[in-house]
Design a protein around this ligand. Structure first.
Ligand SMILES: O=C(O)[C@H]1O[C@H](OP(=O)(O)OP(=O)(O)OC[C@H]2O[C@@H](n3ccc(=O)[nH]c3=O)[C@H](O)[C@@H]2O)[C@H](O)[C@@H](O)[C@@H]1O
Length: 447
């Protein structure tokens, strides 16, 4: 009881004094612990104030992507990138192996082309943002196949300049096969900005990275048959006019061809644009008519079959994926070196454009008839006027230039190609929806 002070004020003062004493004693007894605590606090402040890792290209830390993708960077990641991009040494081969950055490697043409390159011994590094324009599980299944074949697909965006710079910093790519794009003609009505982002800004980002890389790689990229737009002269030749696009998609691909011209002219980049004609086949794109027709026919759902004015046919020069891949590889193999160094042009560089088609246009009605025979199911056809939303009535490629200069010779007719597609489709979708089961037993993208 004696220790209790007589007034509340006095009690407060003495209590404060007593607490201070206690604290001093506690600090004295825990000197070591307190020093460690101060050390940690100091370290935390230093880390907080240090610059973001992405500001240094040589940093070995992991980079946090600002594009919502997986982090990249670090010694293990770089090792993986280098291993994937390194060609297999083949001293007996007459062809020099190349090292290719394939953008859009999780996509339809990108995955097939990556695998074909890897198979013949070239170094391949994939890049893909795995966006959800269509079923991402299909893209992931393609990625799993590529990984099994030794192709690493970096998850990232072509609009991320830090990532592109880093890739060119780590690997002296000889070529870029630029296939990443916002595809589809009709989707442009719903999301026009995505076409500008991928097909215009994205292409510029890739060319910017390539022009300042040492060595400058040669570029082969995907343009489109849609650049022929409202032309009525058939077959379409590379020298025909391409200034009347019928869709925003076509307009962005045409813009890409002009952008390619400028980068070739200013920086000496060797650039080849390939105008693909309605590519189809196994592991294809679910947004394309042959793919969703198959799905709807099997489900007993009606399909819209377009026709032109006065019941004229709508037709496409459908081109099988393996033929397109051969065209891509031939374009890479015949590409001359870029002529710039340190971002400066040293002389004129190669600039080429080729049609990659099949040369046999098929009416959409005939496509449906082939699918009916292969699926052994009658389609519920709703024949309707082709909507004015970007489609053109027909396409037909003149491929004599590609034949002459690339040795390009398509060998697969629509019936044969669709047969391979249907076989793949039934196999893929009859399996369990689990990704692991989907890829087991299929054995590769080849068709
Ligand atoms: O070659 C090209 O440049 C383009 O080929 C395709 O575009 P498209 O030929 O329109 O392919 P689909 O969308 O699969 O259409 C194929 C045909 O089916 C017709 N169709 C489409 C949809 C539909 O519901 N009904 C229908 O009859 C179209 O009018 C077209 O004639 C791709 O989707 C583009 O990304 C590519 O760039």
């Amino acid at each position: 009881m004696d220790a209790v002070p007589s007034t509340p004020g006095k009690f407060k003062t003495e209590r404060a004094y007593y607490q201070r004493l206690l604290l001093q004693r506690w600090i004295h007894n825990h000197r070591l612990f307190v020093s460690v605590l101060i050390g940690f606090a100091f370290l935390a402040v230093v880390l907080l104030l240090s610059p973001h890792p992405s500001s240094s290209l040589t940093s070995s830390r992991r980079h946090l992507s600002t594009y919502g993708h997986a982090p990249w960077g670090g010694p293990a990641w770089e090792k993986h990138v280098r291993a994937s991009a390194s060609p297999r040494v083949r001293p007996s081969s007459s062809r020099r192996s190349i090292s290719v950055l394939v953008t859009g490697a999780g996509g339809f043409v990108g995955s097939h082309a990556s695998l074909a390159l890897k198979r013949r011994g070239d170094g391949v590094l994939g890049l893909d943002n795995f966006n959800d324009y269509y079923d991402t599980s299909l893209k992931r299944a393609r990625q799993a196949l590529l990984e099994r074949a030794g192709v690493f697909v970096v998850e990232g965006d072509i609009n991320d300049p830090d990532l592109l710079r880093k890739l060119f910093d780590v690997v002296p790519f000889t070529h870029v096969l630029h296939l990443a794009a916002q595809a589809g003609v009709r989707y442009a009505l719903r999301d026009p900005a995505s076409y500008v982002r991928s097909n215009v800004a994205g292409l510029v980002a890739v060319l910017e990275a390539a022009r300042s890389a040492t060595p400058q790689p040669a570029i082969v990229w995907a343009s489109s048959s849609s650049v022929y737009g409202l032309n009525s002269k058939v077959p379409f030749s590379e020298s025909d006019r391409t200034d009347r696009p019928a869709s925003l998609y076509a307009a962005t691909k045409k813009a890409g061809e002009e952008i390619a011209h400028a980068y070739n002219h200013i920086y000496g980049l060797s650039i080849t644009g390939l105008r693909f004609f309605t590519v189809y086949g196994p592991w294809g794109r679910p947004d394309m008519a042959y793919f969703f027709f198959t799905k709807d026919i099997l489900r007993g759902k009606p399909i819209s079959v377009y026709e032109g004015p006065d019941h004229t046919t709508v037709a496409r020069d459908f081109t099988y994926i393996d033929d397109i891949v051969r065209g891509c590889l031939a374009a890479l193999d015949t590409a001359q070196k870029s002529t710039g160094t340190g971002g400066k042009k040293r002389g004129p560089a190669q600039l080429r454009t080729y049609n990659l088609g099949n040369t046999t246009p098929v009416p959409v009605g005939d496509l449906v008839a082939i699918l009916e025979r292969l699926l052994k199911v009658k389609a519920i056809r709703k024949v309707m006027k082709m909507p004015r939303n970007g489609d053109v009535q027909f396409t037909h490629a003149n491929i004599s230039l590609a034949q002459r200069e690339l040795g390009y010779r398509p060998t697969t007719d629509l019936h044969t190609g669709l047969k391979k597609f249907v076989r793949w489709y039934l196999d893929y979708y009859s399996r369990s929806s689990s990704l692991g089961k989907k890829i087991s037993g299929i054995g590769g993208l080849s068709s």
